[in-house]
Write a protein that binds this ligand. Sequence first.
Ligand SMILES: Nc1ncnc2c1ncn2[C@@H]1O[C@H](COP(=O)(O)OP(=O)(O)O)[C@@H](O)[C@H]1O
Ligand code: SF4
Ligand SMILES: [Mg+2]
Length: 381
Amino acid sequence: MSLLEVRDLKVTYPGGAAAVRGVDLSLAPGEKLGVAGESGCGKSTLALALLRLLPPGARVGGEVLLDGEDVLTMKWGRVRAVRWAGASIVFQGAMHSLNAVHRIGDQIAEPILLHRRATPAGARKRAGELLEQVGLPAARASAYPHELSGGQRQRVMIAMALACDPRLIVADEPTTALDVMIQAQILRLIEGLVGEQDVGLIMISHDLAVLADTCDRLAVMYAGRVVEEGPARQVYDDARHPYGRALAEAFPTIGDPASRFAPRGLPGDPPDPAAVPSGCAFHPRCPVALDLCAAQDQPLREAGARRRAACVHVGSDGTGTPGDGTAAEGEAPTEDAAPAREGAADDGGASAERGASAEGEGPAGGRDASMEDDGVRSSAP
Ligand SMILES: Nc1ncnc2c1ncn2[C@@H]1O[C@H](COP(=O)(O)OP(=O)(O)O)[C@@H](O)[C@H]1O
Ligand code: SF4
Ligand SMILES: [Mg+2]
């Protein structure tokens, strides 16, 4: 069975921004899935939805099955248990997520105490082991966050994410704030830990090169949709969707910060999610768009072995490549404008949740749980 199965996930923010518009993903234990796309494509919204960390008022539809259990419909008590022990999130910018006035060892030990019922001495020992696991001396447990470098703080965040042996780790741009050398170290660290412990990893980045280097599979998001998905190296070297291609060409070297907001060679910006273009949402920017692309959206279809892409040029036999102008002329448009089901509203629960995580966490209680913050946010006890 899949560790994680995401089915037709849709998220619409108050005000009408359809940030995620029907995403299907699956992840096996020990598998590393990269999620790529420019800023604003819905990557972080997807990550937040997986653990029900969206802000109040966000409408959510679809299913997020973690070990077969739907995170979107489970009771809040169960959601809290699933966070940490089931799945944890590492966000970028660790400085703002660690509590400045508590020693890092106490902050790592806290969820262990809360969720594992270890003795204080046992939790302290485990915190030391976790620090060593992420390449820091156990003695650093007595340090305060400001005594660590940015890379060290990010290692601490990873140690916290690992504290309760989660089955799934979601890393949302975990290295973006770090310099390139440290980025490579942190990515290798995450990769190694995931490999050793057979946990699933969803690694989110705007940088396709980084993901191709780190992950087994890659999903490329555009305007809230997965438009291409397949084995990481193949998607990077030979994308089938014109957007996947543009993104791959924009990142000739790993960690090129200039490509973050405007991939080279690709004019314009991703659409405003409150006003997604008709038809294929990529058509205003697509170099190989056909007339019908403005009217007809394309579902993901087979584009080779274990590959899918959502483009009119990709034939149902998977042989089409962008530019050949064949295939799917008669496809019916897919309906995608509004969430089909908006059952799992996160409103009340989510706000209560964030209140709890901001106030009731003891040593880590100062972590800011607002939408702007970064760092491990799956921390509500
Ligand atoms: N809290 C929010 N309220 C309204 N719109 C939001 C909120 N958070 C994100 N958005 C919008 O949703 C879209 C997707 O954002 P996000 O998921 O952060 O994308 P990414 O992580 O790919 O950069 C963006 O257009 C963003 O402006
Ligand atoms: S469906 Fe049309 S607009 Fe969309 S990516 Fe393919 S060619 Fe471009
Ligand atoms: Mg983001």
